[in-house]
Design a protein around this ligand. Structure first.
Ligand code: DMJ
Length: 419
């Protein structure tokens, strides 16, 4: 973005003050996606060793979280003592699917960059455990127990608790230069089951991905689940020709051309969730019950906390289809952010998207800078800026390079802008 002075200030702060030798308990998932991923991307984009050194130090401090009978990591670990545990709220002491499934990209990069296979071994084991488990109707429940390796509560979601597990299967395959076939197969199978069991169409013609609870579909979609439009489109865009032919290896339900249609429909539904709100930004949860379609109906679900998933989907669909409506929708979001979320010290979340006078929550989430603004910037940039065939965006939108056969690859780094 040309913000070189600001970047140098940030780099100086990292050099002088960023220290992970702390007696604190952190979320393995959040620290991985925000800190390890952010530091790795900063290293790749700048070449400055300090970012790599900090990422490796932090990665090593996360390793004790994997000391469980199955190797499925704890949700939390103390960075100094290495003691781990799970969230008290998670079903029966389980680990969360989205959390354990969203370490792969960063950990593979750590092994690639250090030559130490330990990080890669840890995440490949998670993948293998999940691959071996029997899935109810092919679906992946959101809770897995780290001691028994059994599923917890039978809740399946493309939104919170599940989301980035699916995303990282596809992106692991992409980041490996399409060599990680296990990841692609598991992605195809998981998405096929999700589309078969969770996809619904409303009387008003909107398509949504609901949530599955013990065999019943709850007719709601979270803002988080809106990333799926971008993911489905990316899955088609990156698929070899032979897989897109009729009767191709991907099978009817996961036939990639259908995925592009699905992606466009989900983008449309998510845009409607924005358009039907007074501030033109969408709620945290929107429902499809009776007359309510793509509308938040419960007071506690009407907030918007500067989340990126809807503009993320616009970004991928713009790159892949070049339909100008995605830039138009993105511009609507920019204007709505300026109108409703801009405050003196930056940008703030709002408590109720159906109130035309915004009530600010006084929080600027870090993913607003890392993701929301980045995807908006990229939506209006040329395709040659961080080209999708050379870079994979982590779930926190940190760009990581495609490295064929990642662990054995020679350290070849792609250019930021393709020639
Ligand atoms: C981000 O931290 C990541 O995208 C994560 O996977 C879930 N969503 C938040 C932002 O909404």
């Amino acid at each position: 973005m040309g913000l070189r002075k600001e970047f140098q200030e940030g780099a100086a702060w990292v050099r002088q003050h960023l220290d992970f030798d702390l007696n604190v308990e952190v979320s393995v998932f959040e620290v991985n996606i925000r800190f390890v991923g952010g530091l790795l991307a900063a290293y790749y984009l700048s070449g400055e060793q300090v970012f790599l050194a900090k990422a490796v130090d932090l990665g090593k401090r996360l390793l004790p979280a994997f000391n469980t009978p199955t190797g499925i990591p704890w949700a939390m670990v103390n960075l100094k003592t290495g003691v781990g545990r799970n969230w008290g709220w998670a079903s029966g002491g389980c680990s969360v699917l989205a959390e354990i499934g969203t370490l792969h990209l960063e950990f593979e990069q750590l092994s690639h960059l250090t030559g130490n296979p330990i990080f890669s071994e840890k995440v490949r084991n998670i993948r293998d455990v999940l691959d071996r488990m029997t899935k109810p109707q092919g679906l992946y429940p959101n809770y897995v127990h780290p001691s028994t390796g059994n599923w917890g509560q039978q809740h399946v979601s493309m939104g919170g608790l599940g989301d980035s597990f699916y995303e990282y299967l596809l992106k692991s395959w992409l980041m490996s230069g399409k060599m990680d076939e296990q990841a692609r197969r598991m992605y195809n199978e998981a998405i096929e089951a999700i589309l078969k069991h969770l996809l619904r169409r409303t009387p008003g013609g909107l398509t949504f991905i609901g949530e599955w609870k013990n065999g019943f579909v709850e007719r709601k979609m979270g803002h988080l689940a809106c990333f799926a439009g971008g993911m489905l489109a990316l899955g088609v865009d990156s698929t070899p020709e032979e897989l897109t032919a009729d009767g191709g290896q991907a099978g009817e339900a996961s036939e990639p051309k259908n995925h592009l249609e699905m992606a466009a429909k989900i983008a449309h539904t998510c845009h409607e969730s924005y358009d039907r709100a007074a501030v033109k930004l969408g709620p945290e949860i929107f429902r499809f019950d009776g007359a309510a379609e793509a509308v938040g109906t419960r007071h506690v679900e009407k907030y918007y906390i500067l989340r990126p998933e809807v503009v993320e989907t616009y970004f991928y669909l713009w790159r892949i289809t070049k339909d100008p409506k995605y830039r138009e929708w993105g511009w609507e979001a920019v204007q709505a952010l300026e109108r409703n979320c801009r405050v003196q010290g930056g940008y703030s979340g709002i408590r109720d998207v159906y109130s035309s006078v915004p009530s600010h929550d006084d929080v600027q989430q870090s993913f607003f800078l890392a993701e929301t603004l980045k995807y908006l910037f990229l939506l209006f940039s040329d395709d040659s800026v961080l080209p999708l065939d050379q870079w994979v965006f982590s779930t926190e939108a940190h760009p990581l390079p495609v490295i064929p056969r990642i662990v054995n690859a020679t350290k070849q780094e792609p250019s930021l802008v393709s020639s």
